[in-house]
Write a protein that binds this ligand. Structure first.
Ligand SMILES: [Zn+2]
Length: 82
């Protein structure tokens, strides 16, 4: 937790606060950085979604291979036994 200066009254307030306790000015109202953050956030989400899709494809491929291999091994095993 850090202390920042309120842009309205200049008093020190917590950067975790939603608004200044002295004058009531909202803290997260600086337009330009917020837009950049939103774009960064969207890009992050998109990257995360892409990574998730990739890992999902990998998981699906892996489980398909695994089940195919397992059934193959099971068939081989039972063929030898009976
Ligand atoms: Zn203030």
């Amino acid at each position: 937790m850090a202390l920042i200066n309120c842009r309205e009254c200049g008093k020190q307030i917590s950067d975790q606060a939603a608004s200044c306790p002295h004058c009531g000015a909202p803290l997260k109202a600086t337009p330009a950085p917020q837009q950049n953050t939103a774009v960064d956030y969207q890009q992050q989400i998109q990257a995360q979604q892409k990574a998730q899709q990739k890992s999902m494809v990998k998981t699906m491929l892996f489980s398909t291979l695994l089940s195919t291999g397992l059934s193959f091994l099971t068939r081989l095993f039972y063929r030898r036994r009976f």
